[in-house]
Design a protein around this ligand. Structure first.
Ligand code: S3P
Length: 174
Protein backbone atom coordinates (compact mmCIF):
# COMPACT_ATOMS: atom_id res chain seq x y z
CA UNK A 1 0.00 0.00 0.00
CA UNK A 2 1.26 3.50 -0.74
CA UNK A 3 2.47 5.78 2.03
CA UNK A 4 0.39 8.96 2.03
CA UNK A 5 1.22 12.23 3.77
CA UNK A 6 -1.45 14.70 4.83
CA UNK A 7 -1.33 17.95 6.77
CA UNK A 8 -1.70 21.70 6.52
CA UNK A 9 0.13 23.85 3.97
CA UNK A 10 3.75 24.47 4.84
CA UNK A 11 4.12 21.51 7.20
CA UNK A 12 6.75 19.92 4.94
CA UNK A 13 4.81 17.09 3.26
CA UNK A 14 6.69 17.45 -0.03
CA UNK A 15 10.15 17.60 1.57
CA UNK A 16 9.46 14.68 3.89
CA UNK A 17 7.83 12.65 1.09
CA UNK A 18 10.77 13.16 -1.22
CA UNK A 19 13.32 12.11 1.43
CA UNK A 20 11.20 9.12 2.44
CA UNK A 21 10.76 7.89 -1.15
CA UNK A 22 14.53 8.15 -1.66
CA UNK A 23 15.20 6.15 1.49
CA UNK A 24 12.74 3.46 0.42
CA UNK A 25 13.81 3.50 -3.23
CA UNK A 26 10.22 3.97 -4.44
CA UNK A 27 8.65 6.65 -6.66
CA UNK A 28 7.37 9.88 -5.15
CA UNK A 29 4.29 11.80 -6.31
CA UNK A 30 3.57 15.31 -5.12
CA UNK A 31 -0.11 15.69 -5.96
CA UNK A 32 -0.01 19.45 -6.59
CA UNK A 33 2.89 19.05 -9.01
CA UNK A 34 1.17 16.07 -10.65
CA UNK A 35 -2.02 18.08 -11.17
CA UNK A 36 -0.02 21.04 -12.52
CA UNK A 37 1.80 18.77 -14.97
CA UNK A 38 -1.40 17.02 -16.11
CA UNK A 39 -3.18 20.35 -16.72
CA UNK A 40 -0.21 22.35 -17.95
CA UNK A 41 -1.27 25.06 -15.49
CA UNK A 42 -0.17 26.25 -12.08
CA UNK A 43 -2.41 25.67 -9.06
CA UNK A 44 -3.13 29.42 -9.05
CA UNK A 45 -4.24 29.30 -12.71
CA UNK A 46 -6.42 26.27 -12.03
CA UNK A 47 -8.12 28.05 -9.11
CA UNK A 48 -8.65 31.08 -11.31
CA UNK A 49 -10.14 29.06 -14.14
CA UNK A 50 -12.31 26.48 -12.38
CA UNK A 51 -12.38 27.74 -8.79
CA UNK A 52 -11.63 25.89 -5.59
CA UNK A 53 -14.52 23.45 -6.14
CA UNK A 54 -13.15 22.52 -9.58
CA UNK A 55 -9.70 22.00 -8.08
CA UNK A 56 -11.16 19.77 -5.33
CA UNK A 57 -12.81 17.61 -7.99
CA UNK A 58 -9.47 17.29 -9.79
CA UNK A 59 -7.80 16.30 -6.53
CA UNK A 60 -10.40 13.59 -6.01
CA UNK A 61 -10.01 12.26 -9.55
CA UNK A 62 -6.20 12.16 -9.31
CA UNK A 63 -6.23 10.59 -5.84
CA UNK A 64 -8.63 7.90 -7.07
CA UNK A 65 -6.41 7.19 -10.09
CA UNK A 66 -3.24 7.03 -8.01
CA UNK A 67 -4.74 4.72 -5.41
CA UNK A 68 -6.43 2.43 -7.92
CA UNK A 69 -3.35 1.78 -10.05
CA UNK A 70 -1.81 -1.53 -9.03
CA UNK A 71 1.67 -0.41 -9.99
CA UNK A 72 1.36 2.27 -7.31
CA UNK A 73 1.42 -0.20 -4.43
CA UNK A 74 4.92 0.98 -3.52
CA UNK A 75 4.76 4.74 -3.72
CA UNK A 76 5.00 7.80 -1.50
CA UNK A 77 2.31 10.43 -2.11
CA UNK A 78 2.23 13.92 -0.63
CA UNK A 79 -1.28 15.38 -0.81
CA UNK A 80 -2.33 19.01 -1.01
CA UNK A 81 -3.28 20.48 2.37
CA UNK A 82 -6.92 20.84 1.37
CA UNK A 83 -7.52 17.29 0.18
CA UNK A 84 -9.43 16.58 3.40
CA UNK A 85 -12.00 19.26 2.51
CA UNK A 86 -13.61 16.65 0.24
CA UNK A 87 -15.55 13.93 2.08
CA UNK A 88 -14.91 11.42 -0.74
CA UNK A 89 -11.16 12.01 -0.43
CA UNK A 90 -11.30 11.51 3.33
CA UNK A 91 -13.16 8.24 2.82
CA UNK A 92 -10.65 7.08 0.22
CA UNK A 93 -7.71 7.95 2.47
CA UNK A 94 -9.32 6.28 5.48
CA UNK A 95 -9.36 2.99 3.57
CA UNK A 96 -5.56 3.05 3.43
CA UNK A 97 -3.31 1.95 6.23
CA UNK A 98 -0.28 4.16 5.88
CA UNK A 99 -1.70 7.66 6.02
CA UNK A 100 0.41 10.03 8.11
CA UNK A 101 -0.89 13.38 9.31
CA UNK A 102 2.06 15.72 9.83
CA UNK A 103 1.12 18.35 12.37
CA UNK A 104 2.96 21.55 13.26
CA UNK A 105 1.67 24.75 14.85
CA UNK A 106 -0.30 27.19 12.72
CA UNK A 107 2.36 29.87 13.36
CA UNK A 108 5.14 27.72 11.90
CA UNK A 109 3.06 26.86 8.86
CA UNK A 110 2.13 30.51 8.45
CA UNK A 111 5.80 31.60 8.58
CA UNK A 112 6.51 29.18 5.75
CA UNK A 113 3.54 29.93 3.53
CA UNK A 114 3.22 33.67 3.97
CA UNK A 115 5.94 34.60 1.52
CA UNK A 116 5.92 36.90 -1.46
CA UNK A 117 3.59 39.49 0.02
CA UNK A 118 -0.14 40.03 -0.57
CA UNK A 119 -1.30 38.86 -3.99
CA UNK A 120 2.03 37.22 -4.85
CA UNK A 121 1.65 33.89 -3.17
CA UNK A 122 1.63 30.76 -5.30
CA UNK A 123 -0.98 29.32 -2.94
CA UNK A 124 -4.25 30.96 -4.00
CA UNK A 125 -5.90 30.48 -0.61
CA UNK A 126 -3.12 32.44 1.09
CA UNK A 127 -3.76 35.28 -1.36
CA UNK A 128 -7.48 35.23 -0.76
CA UNK A 129 -7.52 34.94 3.04
CA UNK A 130 -6.23 36.89 6.01
CA UNK A 131 -3.97 35.30 8.61
CA UNK A 132 -6.91 34.83 11.01
CA UNK A 133 -9.00 33.22 8.28
CA UNK A 134 -6.15 30.83 7.54
CA UNK A 135 -5.83 30.07 11.27
CA UNK A 136 -9.55 29.24 11.35
CA UNK A 137 -9.08 26.94 8.36
CA UNK A 138 -6.17 25.24 10.14
CA UNK A 139 -8.33 24.62 13.25
CA UNK A 140 -11.36 23.49 11.28
CA UNK A 141 -9.28 20.98 9.34
CA UNK A 142 -7.67 19.26 12.34
CA UNK A 143 -10.51 16.73 12.84
CA UNK A 144 -10.68 16.20 9.08
CA UNK A 145 -7.00 15.21 8.91
CA UNK A 146 -7.56 12.98 11.92
CA UNK A 147 -10.53 11.32 10.24
CA UNK A 148 -8.55 10.64 7.06
CA UNK A 149 -5.24 9.55 8.60
CA UNK A 150 -4.14 6.61 10.75
CA UNK A 151 -1.13 8.24 12.36
CA UNK A 152 -0.64 11.70 13.76
CA UNK A 153 2.99 12.83 13.79
CA UNK A 154 3.85 15.92 15.79
CA UNK A 155 6.69 17.42 13.76
CA UNK A 156 7.27 20.53 15.91
CA UNK A 157 10.60 19.21 17.21
CA UNK A 158 11.74 17.12 14.25
CA UNK A 159 13.28 18.14 10.95
CA UNK A 160 12.24 16.60 7.62
CA UNK A 161 14.99 13.93 7.72
CA UNK A 162 14.01 12.82 11.21
CA UNK A 163 10.32 12.74 10.30
CA UNK A 164 11.04 10.65 7.19
CA UNK A 165 13.07 8.24 9.31
CA UNK A 166 10.27 7.92 11.88
CA UNK A 167 7.80 7.06 9.10
CA UNK A 168 10.24 4.60 7.51
CA UNK A 169 10.69 2.78 10.80
CA UNK A 170 6.95 2.72 11.50
CA UNK A 171 6.29 1.21 8.08
CA UNK A 172 9.12 -1.31 8.55
CA UNK A 173 7.70 -2.67 11.78
CA UNK A 174 4.18 -3.08 10.42
C1 S3P B 1 -4.20 23.88 -0.51
C2 S3P B 1 -2.92 23.43 -0.33
C3 S3P B 1 -1.92 23.45 -1.40
C4 S3P B 1 -2.59 23.35 -2.77
C5 S3P B 1 -3.63 24.40 -2.91
C6 S3P B 1 -4.72 24.32 -1.84
C7 S3P B 1 -5.13 23.89 0.65
O1 S3P B 1 -1.01 22.36 -1.22
O2 S3P B 1 -3.14 22.07 -2.97
O3 S3P B 1 -3.01 25.65 -2.91
O4 S3P B 1 -6.33 24.07 0.46
O5 S3P B 1 -4.64 23.68 1.79
P1 S3P B 1 0.16 22.34 -0.10
O6 S3P B 1 -0.43 21.79 1.15
O7 S3P B 1 1.18 21.45 -0.69
O8 S3P B 1 0.63 23.73 0.05
Amino acid sequence: MPIILTGFMGVGKTTVGCILANKLGVPFVDMDLYIETCRGQTIAEIFEQIGESGFRLLEFQILTELLEAEENAALVISTGGGIVETAECRQLLAQHEKVFYLQDTFETSWQRINRGGPGNNDRPLVNANSKSQMAAKYERRIPLYEEASNYLLDVRQTDAHETAEVIRKMCETE
